[in-house]
Design a protein around this ligand. Structure first.
Ligand code: SF4
Length: 171
């Protein structure tokens, strides 16, 4: 299966974008997704990515330094405060530098968020995310290895609810 564009294809696409300045008006950049990792602490049958629980994909991850540079470059061409920067995976929180990148994006003016399976969302992480000016979080439910089906995995379901409760104001 062909996964990546070839260099000539990237060049042709870049030229098309350069020649079509009107695209910036008719199709303004509103969302920027970064698949920060293919590592995950779960392994779901329904996963849309090629996630693994080991570290085999780690060497192919974009470094936080490079991602920050890309965010700066993009913000020079597009208004960052009109763009939602979403960090996805895998499970983004397996990377220790994710919150730092999110905080950096917020300083540039991006509205940023993550999608997570919630398993690593504890009070410490939630408060670090809030401090980093996280604006949106999407908690999706995973399936533990060996469980019979997604729907029967009550342990993970409860964990997801717990994570959501962490974000609710205290009574
Ligand atoms: S928790 Fe999400 S990212 Fe991880 S394997 Fe399951 S569906 Fe994929």
């Amino acid at each position: 299966m062909k996964n990546a564009l070839s260099d000539p294809e990237i060049l042709a696409f870049t030229r098309l974008i350069e020649e079509r300045e009107d695209l910036k008006v008719t199709h303004p950049l509103r969302y920027l997704f970064w698949e920060a990792t293919l590592r995950c602490n779960l392994e779901c049958r329904h996963c849309g990515s090629d996630c693994t629980r080991d570290n085999q994909s780690k060497p192919r991850e974009i470094s936080s330094e490079l991602m920050k540079k890309e965010l700066v470059d993009i913000s020079k061409h597009y208004p960052a405060d009109q763009i939602t920067f979403v960090i996805i995976g895998g499970e983004p929180l397996v990377r220790e530098d994710i919150i730092d990148v999110g905080a950096f994006s917020a300083e540039l003016g991006y509205y940023w968020g993550i999608t997570t399976n919630g398993m690593l969302l504890d009070r410490k992480n939630v408060s670090a995310l809030k401090e980093a000016k996280l604006k949106t979080i999407s908690v999706h439910q995973g399936r533990a290895l060996g469980s019979l089906s997604c729907c029967r995995c009550l342990g993970l379901h409860c964990r997801t609810i717990e994570c959501l409760n962490l974000r609710l104001p205290q009574p």
